[in-house]
Ligand binder design. Structure first.
Ligand code: ADP
Length: 457
């Protein structure tokens, strides 16, 4: 008997709460239906009141809805937004100065002249056109799965990060049977100094996971016209949903999700976009779809704490150490018709300690261009026969070398210049001419931030 009473005590408030949000949903839907009818029959004042009542009820429903009905919650939020935007337009019609006539004394009903309706229709058409322009702009940023062609092997080092990304993103897509429900990740932040391979890692993840990839620039998301950024953000998430599995990649994401410098005292132009981003992202987090937000930043400490929490994986992408420097050299020398001797590799890697991946790439390109320069300055060439294609090729040599023919680059027949291997000195010179792009002192802040919020990648 006592147990039975206890159960009643526990469940009764829950049942009441459930009844409350269901009632609010029903009431909201009823008001919304009436609002749309009033809107259609051009009874705008009535429509405005009804839209507002619909939104009030639906907001209460969202407030009391349990997390177990997250999909319904998201749909209700979207409906609220829809009604609010329509209510805004209706409000403008009602307020339209000079265009409003009272129809009949004592009546609150407003009649809206045809011109005003035409203006509204035009503004709705313009809104639809701008929405489709946003969708088009977003679609242009899409790269279908498999077309990026960047693989794990193209990003040297960062082995722990690759494991984390495989576990967080690839496993739930490819081997869902071994992953607990809700294990799939919807937010990954790669942070660290510039040029360390964050973007390349995101691209490799898209290739290896078979996800579509949408790489959106911050400038596209921060449209200067009021309200447009929100629409672009909405279009981004909608298009990504349609193209699931999909990775939304945003470089310099701190610009979109930055915390307010004044702690919230003023209204920032980007606040609307950030709010929209967070709402849409929440929708993703609660859904079962395979859309992931992946951000890269050099300034992770600027990110708003609410956004930071949504990045469940925050991985520090460090500068190349000696070991990975050697591998990065290998990646960028791959495909060359020569490879440096092992001891030269090691020496070059030591000399580039503290360089970013991007700096090392610059070193390789600079060394390669020095070897080409040698051909341009050469006064003598040697003729080599290539048995494989039966052609003769000319390589630059010093005048005293055996078989040296006096000639210049201009005299080398078209397509017959032999590949020239950069010599050790070319690399040494290239390294001395390429300064490190990141100072050691700048790394301390990443270390501190990682200790608080991130993991080493
Ligand atoms: P980030 O996004 O961290 O600023 P990127 O991923 O755009 O840097 O890398 C810039 C360039 O440097 C790319 O062209 C890439 O090829 C090269 N790079 C950077 N890190 C690596 C790496 N670990 N392995 C191979 N190449 C790298």
């Amino acid at each position: 008997m006592v147990r039975c009473d206890e159960r009643r005590i526990v469940f009764l408030p829950l049942l009441l709460l459930m009844a409350a949000w269901v009632d609010y949903i029903n009431a909201g839907a009823e008001y919304a239906t009436k609002a749309v009818a009033a809107d259609k029959s051009e009874d705008y004042e009535q429509a405005l009141q009804l839209y507002q009542q619909a939104c009030d009820r639906l907001l209460l429903a969202v407030k009391w809805m349990p997390e177990t009905v997250c999909l319904l919650k998201d749909q209700t939020r979207l409906k609220i937004q829809e009604y609010l935007s329509r209510a805004e337009i209706v409000k403008r019609i009602v307020k339209a100065e000079g265009n409003v006539n009272l129809a009949g004394s004592g009546s609150a009903r407003l009649s809206v002249p045809a011109a005003s309706v035409a203006n509204t229709t035009a503004s709705l058409d313009a809104a639809a056109a701008s929405a489709s322009a946003h969708q088009k702009a977003i679609r242009e940023c899409f790269v279908p799965a498999g077309q990026l062609n960047v693989r794990w092997a193209d990003v040297a080092g960062h082995e722990d990060c690759k494991i984390r990304l495989k576990q967080a993103v690839i496993m739930p897509i490819r081997q869902p049977q071994v992953c607990a429900p809700g294990m799939s990740v919807k937010g990954v932040l790669l942070y660290g100094p510039p040029g360390t391979g964050k973007t390349e890692l995101a691209k490799a993840l898209a290739t290896e996971s078979g996800c579509n990839f949408v790489n959106v620039s911050v400038s596209l998301l921060s449209n200067k016209y009021h309200g447009e950024s929100e629409k672009i953000v909405a279009a981004l998430f909608e298009e990504a949903g349609k193209n699931s599995p999909c990775i939304i990649f945003i470089d310099e994401i701190d610009s979109v999700l930055k915390a307010r410098a004044d702690g919230g005292g003023t209204i920032d132009h980007g606040d609307g976009a950030k709010a929209e981003f967070l709402i849409r992202w929440d929708g993703l987090i609660k859904s079962r779809g395979s859309v992931i937000v992946m951000g890269a930043t050099n300034l992770p400490w600027l990110i708003d704490s609410a956004a930071r929490r949504r990045f469940s994986h925050r991985v520090y992408i460090r500068l190349a150490g000696e070991g990975s420097g050697k591998r990065i050299l290998g990646v960028h020398l791959r495909g060359q018709p020569f490879l440096p001797a092992e001891e030269h590799y090691a020496d070059r890697a030591k000399r580039t300690d503290g360089y970013s991946g991007s700096d090392i790439k610059t070193v390789v390109q600079s060394a390669l261009s020095k070897s080409l320069e040698f051909s341009l300055r050469a006064t003598h060439f040697c003729k080599y026969h290539n048995d494989a294609d039966g052609n003769d090729y000319y390589g630059p040599v010093l005048p005293q070398e055996e078989g040296a023919i006096k000639m210049t680059f201009d005299e080398v027949p078209h397509g017959r210049l032999a590949s020239v291997q950069p010599i050790y000195d070319d690399f040494v010179q290239a390294i001395s001419q390429t300064p490190k792009s990141v100072a050691k002192e700048d790394l301390q802040r990443y270390v501190e931030w990682t200790a608080l919020y991130g993991v080493q990648g």
